[in-house]
Design a binder for this molecule. Structure first.
Ligand SMILES: C[S@@+](CC[C@H](N)C(=O)[O-])C[C@H]1O[C@@H](n2cnc3c(N)ncnc32)[C@H](O)[C@@H]1O
Ligand code: SF4
Length: 437
């Protein structure tokens, strides 16, 4: 099929996919049925460790326009009080008997108070035997901070770069904050000398980006030899954030050629794990761990989400309320939402698409049904969009299928954005009526 036909067929498919995902998110991630956590919902401690303990640090010095993560402008006394509450919540959760394989500290800016971050990781390491600690960071920390103090504490650092093009850095307001592309490259090199595994986050889909510009950007990233490169398509969300980030975004149909440019640029030195994550194929293989992998996750801190089994858990998005709850001996989680089987299986489909293989046996083991029984409409759509090739009893994704998986991932990020917007509006529970965890 010629390229024009492929891309117009794909554009029709992805435009309708965008519409369907929008509807699905509004339906399955609606918090109208969220329930305030009370004494009836005592936590059941699972027999085996939960895969990830997610810790949220909701402070940044300045706020980027495209970013919808939970954060407020940095205020040192509040942030210090917050870290104290956070450590108390971690102690409470561990005392309850919860165990974890890994820790992921995300933000916001996790390194905003280095001494507090170190104290927090040291506490976790003294009380648990977690295999890996990942931390997110902005690049300037590797100029202004003392990253050598994190040696032996942080195993994997995920650094937000977004682009090595000064025009883009200026357009999104990161040039003034974190320096020019040359300076940021220097900070990444410093990080690579200190931290065992370094990932850098890059973004595409900005208005002024072309496939050529994306390729040049990634060539710069590859020159630094990070262990991993994550390539995020700019995600607009479906609520209030859409307008703010929308003025930075290119045409939706410009994303497909940019995705092809990403793949081509990284093909020689990196292995695609998912269509948005790439790990090096040089030197020692990397043990990678992203926060999104479909496994259970327990969230602590203000604005953290957690999921285990069919229950989705939401922590207070109001920072003073969060601190107050913890000081009073209560859980940081204030709402739970039952997840519908349909939502869980659609997440599973996204992960299978991302991994590139739809395996019938595994699908039966997870959902109790074959691929065509579990996903009749989705399978018809994927076949007609040219996203799958049959291989025996299974299906493998084509390049178009990888792009559809990327759009599903972007839909997932929009869903998280939608959840955050609703979570900020949830009524605060009266502390006096709460039971302790
Ligand atoms: C929450 S940020 C934390 C990293 C750090 N604060 C920084 O800015 O360098 C984690 C990553 O999310 C990605 N991100 C944030 N907003 C996004 C959006 N609207 N669409 C796609 N990716 C986004 C960026 O690549 C960013 O590096
Ligand atoms: S991208 Fe990073 S620095 Fe910018 S607002 Fe989001 S969390 Fe803060």
């Amino acid at each position: 099929m010629n390229t024009f036909l492929t891309s117009s067929k794909l554009n029709i498919a992805t435009n309708s996919l965008d519409w369907v995902m929008n509807q699905t998110i509004r339906h399955s991630l609606n918090l109208q049925d969220a329930v305030a956590l009370d004494e009836l919902q005592q936590l059941i401690v699972p027999d085996k460790p939960i895969e990830t303990l997610y810790i949220h640090i909701p402070f940044c010095h300045t706020l980027c326009r495209y970013c919808s993560f939970h954060k407020i402008k940095f205020n040192e006394p509040v942030a210090r009080e917050y870290f104290t509450a956070l450590r108390q919540e971690i102690r409470q959760v561990l005392a309850k008997g919860f165990r974890f394989n890994r820790v992921y500290i995300g933000g916001g800016t996790t390194t905003i108070l280095e001494d507090e971050l170190i104290k927090t990781i040291e506490l976790i390491k003294s009380l648990t035997s977690v295999r890996e600690v990942t931390c997110e960071s902005d690049p300037i920390y590797f100029k202004d901070g003392n990253p050598h103090l994190l040696k032996g504490l942080v195993d994997r650092m995920s650094i937000g770069i977004q682009s090595f093009d000064d025009k883009i850095l200026k357009a999104v307001g990161r040039f003034e904050k974190f320096g020019s592309s040359l300076q940021q490259a220097e900070y990444v090199s410093r990080a690579i000398e200190i931290i065992p595994t370094v990932n850098i986050d890059m973004m595409y889909g900005f208005k002024i980006q072309t496939p050529e510009a994306v390729a040049i950007d990634l060539a710069q990233a590859i020159r630094l030899h990070p262990d991993q490169i994550t390539t995020y398509p700019l995600t607009l969300g479906i609520g209030k954030n859409r307008k703010k980030a929308g003025c930075l975004a290119g045409e939706p149909n410009a994303l497909w050629p940019q995705f092809l440019a990403v793949k081509e640029a990284l093909a020689e030195h990196y292995v695609m794990e998912f269509p948005w994550t790439f790990s090096r194929n040089f030197g020692q293989p990397v043990e990678h761990k992203y926060v999104l992998d479909g496994e259970d996750c327990f969230g602590v801190g203000s604005g953290a989400f957690g999921r285990f089994g069919e229950q989705f858990r939401i922590s207070s998005f109001d920072i003073p309320n969060y601190i107050h709850r913890i000081k009073a001996g209560h859980s940081g989680t204030c709402y739970t939402k039952p997840l519908k089987t349909k939502a869980l299986s659609q997440h599973y489909l996204m992960m299978m698409m991302g991994l590139g293989l739809l395996n019938n046996q595994q699908c039966k083991a997870y959902t109790g049904k074959s691929l065509w029984h579990a996903f009749p409409l989705e399978m018809s759509f994927l076949i007609s969009a040219g996203a799958l090739n049959k291989q025996g009893d299974n299906y493998i994704t084509t390049v178009e299928g990888q792009f559809i998986a990327l759009k599903m991932f972007s839909g997932f990020l929009s869903g998280m954005d939608f959840l955050r917007e609703q979570a900020r509006e949830l009524p605060l529970s009266a502390i006096e009526t709460l039971a302790s965890i």
